[in-house]
Design a protein around this ligand. Structure first.
Ligand code: SF4
Length: 436
């Protein structure tokens, strides 16, 4: 009889993509996936460790699984497992801890696993990881968009970031493997594929023969039936002329880019060890928004990095005001154990960080509203997501430029493309009507 298995994912899209890979690998070995809220014989928590708060969420999820069924096997995988297996091993009830490479061997590790007093730990040296393991992906539980992992690890060593310790150096999946996966996803009916990775712009530089992200995008767009391809976060220095040309010239590539900024002060960017300056960043964004009409542009910003003066903060605010962002992700700086930034002088009082974050969030909301208002009165092709808006009960459609439009319609539209005219953009929602 098949065993039941339940997965929980904490963190980013890459982690979601990897949970899906684990789920399919285990399905091929006879495990039947059930929702995390239901009783299962095995629980897998795929963890994140990007902040102290993420570690806290991981521990909560682990305890929740243990409380659900004391007899179940509890497996902890992912970034927290990779960086702090010892902390997880102290939680009574955990049976297996697997690192980011070893999670692909879960099926064979589970074969001999029994309930035990001390967990089995399988966490290798991620710095030695040279390949991206191949995981099968044909569907995404409860999602109309598929996240596809094309790259893992990061070449950079930003002062605030723990990710390179959790995921190792940058490495890419073979283009053929990725294109085959896109074929399978299209066959399964996915209208949108999102390419994910940690340092996605680096794609292909480690492969032999060497290739790049622009070439990969061209190959993927050759897959018949693929309606939409979306890129996730890409650092500004990776935008070569070739990549800009591909991004601007491919109608099926979503007009949506997420280009992390982190600070608008060159002094702070240097302290952060970011591989660009504000001049490069600004001219890139201006060029992209001239080349791609209605481009949805997002950025991450960290507020209150150690040493950030009032003048540095004002430089960030002024740069954001000047640039055509459609949304912002604002993060309040907090020390991440094990990173260089924790040792830097000039840590800011929590109140200053909160006030500055609030100001930037407000600015982000204003930019988003202005962007959505410019969409009013025009029809947009939207992909209908699988969940209704919680407060209004309406369907939610995602535009190519990454705006969620709410409208009335039946459940049968979920997972399909429809055309919706935006009728209203308010601070908390963008509303439309389906046409045609
Ligand atoms: S680019 Fe910097 S912030 Fe992003 S994953 Fe790499 S080290 Fe972390």
């Amino acid at each position: 009889m098949s065993k039941t298995i339940a997965f929980a994912t904490v963190g980013c899209r890459l982690n979601q993509a990897e949970t899906q890979e684990m789920e399919e690998l285990l399905a091929s070995r006879g495990y039947r996936a059930v929702p995390f809220e239901e009783p299962a014989q095995v629980y897998v928590i795929n963890t994140c460790t990007v902040t102290g708060r993420a570690d806290f969420s991981d521990r909560q999820m682990i305890r929740r699984a243990i409380a659900r069924n004391a007899e179940a096997l509890i497996v902890v995988a992912g970034c927290y497992a990779q960086t702090d297996a010892a902390a997880i091993a102290r939680i009574p009830g955990v049976d297996l801890i697997v690192g980011n490479q070893e999670k692909y061997e879960l099926a064979s590790l589970l074969d001999s696993l029994t309930k035990r007093a001390k967990p089995v730990v399988r966490v290798g040296d991620i710095r030695k990881a040279a390949k991206v393991p191949v995981g099968p992906v044909t569907h995404f539980r409860g999602r109309s968009r598929a996240f596809l992992k094309v790259q893992d690890g990061c070449q950079h060593r930003c002062a605030f970031c723990i990710v390179p310790y959790a995921r190792g150096g940058s490495r890419s999946q073979e283009p053929k493997v990725i294109v085959d996966q896109v074929y399978r996803l299209v066959e399964s009916g996915y209208g949108e594929v999102v390419l994910t990775g940690v340092d996605t712009g680096y794609y292909g530089w480690d492969l032999f023969p060497r290739t790049n992200l622009a070439a990969l995008i061209r190959q993927i767009l050759g897959v018949p039936g693929l309606r939409r391809l979306r890129l996730s976060s890409i650092l500004s220095p990776y935008f070569t002329d070739e990549l800009i040309e591909v991004v601007a010239g491919s109608p099926r590539l979503c007009p949506h880019l997420h280009i992390p900024l982190q600070s608008g002060s060159d002094r702070i960017l240097r302290l952060m060890r970011r591989p660009y300056n504000t001049r490069i960043y600004q001219s890139l964004l201006e060029r992209l928004s001239r080349a791609i009409s209605d481009l949805g542009l997002g950025a991450d910003v960290i507020v209150g990095f150690p040493g950030e003066t009032k003048a540095d903060f004002e430089a960030t605010r002024a740069l954001i005001e000047a640039l055509p962002f459609s949304y912002l992700h604002v993060f309040s700086y907090s020390d991440r154990k094990g990173t260089e930034a924790t040792r830097l002088p000039g840590h800011l009082p929590a109140r200053t960080i909160t006030e500055r974050s609030k100001a930037l969030r407000q600015l982000g909301r204003a930019k988003n509203l202005a962007f959505c208002r410019r969409m009013v009165g025009r029809p947009w092709e939207v992909l209908v997501l699988e969940e209704r808006d919680k407060s209004t009960g309406r369907l939610t459609g995602l535009t190519g430029n990454y705006v969620e439009v709410l409208f009335e319609g039946p459940d049968e539209w979920m997972g399909r493309f429809v055309n919706a005219t935006v009728t209203e953009a308010a601070a908390d929602r963008t509303v439309g009507e389906v046409v045609g």
